[in-house]
Write a protein that binds this ligand. Structure first.
Ligand code: ATP
Length: 298
């Protein structure tokens, strides 16, 4: 859906994007993660043909960008850095204008589609209220509504949850996952690890312009070979596990054991009460810290 090869952007002295090879596949919810200033927006703009690369190539839905943009961009819903909207008009009027420039849909079809997207993003109740009275989060939802108007097969969203409160973030997350269930591929940039961890299937991590990680989330969250045990009798557990406990924190023990079922059987067999036992996985945060260069991050 999106493929870049050696994609690079230099602004004078600043190497904003450094030879990245992105690979976004059909059906992905791809999280493009990076600290502020790491080059996400510049990458997204190059993918959409809004900024010319210094070197390297972009293929969007099989077409070279920016040359093939007129063929593929109608099939892509986009939200890039604070969607533009007319402040004196309502959400509905803005979407009407947006769509009028985008395609020849009949008026009633368009009205239904607008109702539908306003409902999807949670702006159905805003009526005639002008957009200038909207909060940042509501404007962000309106931008998303505009991106959804054409029922795109690919969504490219730059920080789609920017400005939203936790409830709003959850709503947008659920909406994006629903769209993905219905067949849309989603590429979103974010600086929030937990957001990406909670919804993405594939992850790319940008560190000062370089793509330092690109993999399935499930592969990145590999097992560590340790299990975490909660027991009300930690001393008894320590005695049974003799030397395999790497860390004790009250009733929580981190044990070197890659087979949680066997560990559970051992403890229960020796009369140690086990309240909870899980195989430990690496968090995305650990992966990012391991692969990123130490030093000040933007
Ligand atoms: P943020 O989340 O803060 O938007 P980002 O990861 O999207 O950050 P970019 O906006 O792509 O990062 O910026 C990457 C680097 O390129 C930064 O150092 C920025 O200052 C620089 N940069 C971006 N656009 C320009 C420009 N038009 N002219 C000069 N430098 C730029």
């Amino acid at each position: 859906m999106i493929r870049t090869a050696g994609l690079t952007k230099r602004f004078g002295e600043v190497l904003a994007v450094d030879s990245i090879d992105l690979d976004v596949r059909p059906g992905d919810v791809y999280g493009f993660l990076g600290a502020n200033g790491s080059g996400k927006t510049t990458s997204v703009r190059m993918i959409l043909g809004l900024v010319l690369p210094t070197s390297g190539t972009v293929e969007l839905l099989g077409q070279p960008m920016p040359r093939g943009g007129h063929r593929v961009l109608p099939r892509v819903g986009t939200l890039v850095e604070g969607a533009a909207a007319y402040g004196h008009l309502s959400a509905r009027a803005n979407l009407n204008l947006h769509d009028a420039s985008g395609g020849p849909a009949g008026r009633s079809t368009r009205r239904r589609r607008i109702d539908d997207v306003l409902e999807q993003v949670g702006l159905a109740g805003t009526g005639r209220r002008p957009v200038k009275a909207f909060s940042l989060g509501m404007r962000q939802r309106l931008g998303l509504a505009a991106a959804l108007m054409s029922q795109p097969e690919l969504l490219v969203l730059d920080e789609p949850t920017n400005g939203l409160d936790p409830q709003g973030i959850r709503e947008i997350r659920e909406l994006l996952l629903r769209l993905n269930d219905n067949g849309a591929t989603i590429f979103l940039s974010s600086h929030l690890l937990t957001e990406v961890e909670q919804m993405c299937t594939r992850v790319g991590v940008l560190d000062r312009g370089r793509l330092v990680v690109q993999d399935e989330l499930a592969n990145l969250q590999a097992l560590t070979g340790r299990s975490v045990v909660h027991t009300s009798e930690p001393a008894a557990a320590l005695a049974v596990l003799d030397g395999r406990v790497e860390k004790r924190d009250g009733e929580r023990l981190v044990v070197r054991a890659d087979d949680p079922a066997a560990l559970n059987a051992l403890l229960v067999g020796r009369g140690v009460p086990v309240h909870e036992l899980v195989a430990e996985r690496r968090t995305l945060e650990q992966v990012v810290l391991e692969r990123s260069e130490p030093g000040p991050v933007g």
